[in-house]
Design a protein around this ligand. Structure first.
Ligand SMILES: C[S@@+](CC[C@H](N)C(=O)[O-])C[C@H]1O[C@@H](n2cnc3c(N)ncnc32)[C@H](O)[C@@H]1O
Length: 195
């Protein structure tokens, strides 16, 4: 509840990057567009913690659904991305081709993530954020950063295995004294088939 109140406060709203803002230092719409084109062109996408819809245009609008707990952020998303759909209620079943979470899971406790993952039926899951336990800290917004291995273990419980991983420098954090200031993107696939 505390985190919910934060994201719905003025401070929380300001902490969500605006459309066309790329603290990462590269155009993240182009980055994720290329990733999806390689994985499954035209894929339908559930954008978990989509914020102001900064990344929506990376995805095909016809199969896109953005979800966030901050209704005000979704107003911006609606205005910026005509024809894209957004919701504030988490569906019981999430069955878009790709479940996508950019800089959202790091703000959530493991039990909260599990409540989400047990609804996910997507073929692919993409988690993209700054990773590593040394980023954890008290305060708001909550920061529960984890290393990739923690996500590998967590997603294993829901039937997903690692498929691909990438990392790029995150310009905004480059000068921070941390082990890994990169933006890490993990791609998981459902099931255990090898071909
Ligand atoms: C740092 S912003 C990232 C927004 C967007 N993904 C982007 O990269 O521009 C984190 C977002 O996660 C949302 N969020 C945090 N906890 C959430 C939860 N439990 N369920 C859904 N969204 C959540 C916040 O409201 C916020 O919009």
């Amino acid at each position: 509840m505390e985190a919910y109140n934060y994201w719905n406060s003025d401070d929380g709203f300001r902490a969500i990057q605006n459309p066309a803002q790329h603290g990462e230092g590269v155009d993240m719409v182009e980055y994720y567009k290329a990733l999806v084109d390689e994985l499954l062109p035209g894929a339908s996408v559930f954008d978990f913690g989509c914020g102001k819809g900064r990344l929506s245009k990376a995805f095909d609008k016809s199969g896109y659904l953005g979800y966030d707990i901050c209704a005000k952020a979704l107003e911006t998303a609606h205005k910026t991305n005509k024809g894209y759909n957004y919701i504030t209620d988490l569906p019981l079943r999430i069955d878009r081709d790709i479940f996508f979470a950019a800089t959202a899971f790091l703000h959530m406790k493991e039990e909260e993530i599990r409540e989400v993952l047990c609804r996910v039926e997507s073929k692919y899951i993409i988690i993209s954020e700054v990773m590593g336990y040394d980023w954890r800290r008290d305060g708001m917004p909550p920061a529960y950063n984890r290393p990739p291995m923690a996500y590998d273990n967590l997603l294993y419980d829901y039937g997903y295995r690692p498929l691909d991983a990438d990392q790029i420098p995150y310009e905004h954090y480059a000068s921070w004294n941390r082990d890994n200031t990169n933006l890490v993107t993990l791609v998981y696939v459902r099931g255990w088939e090898t071909c």
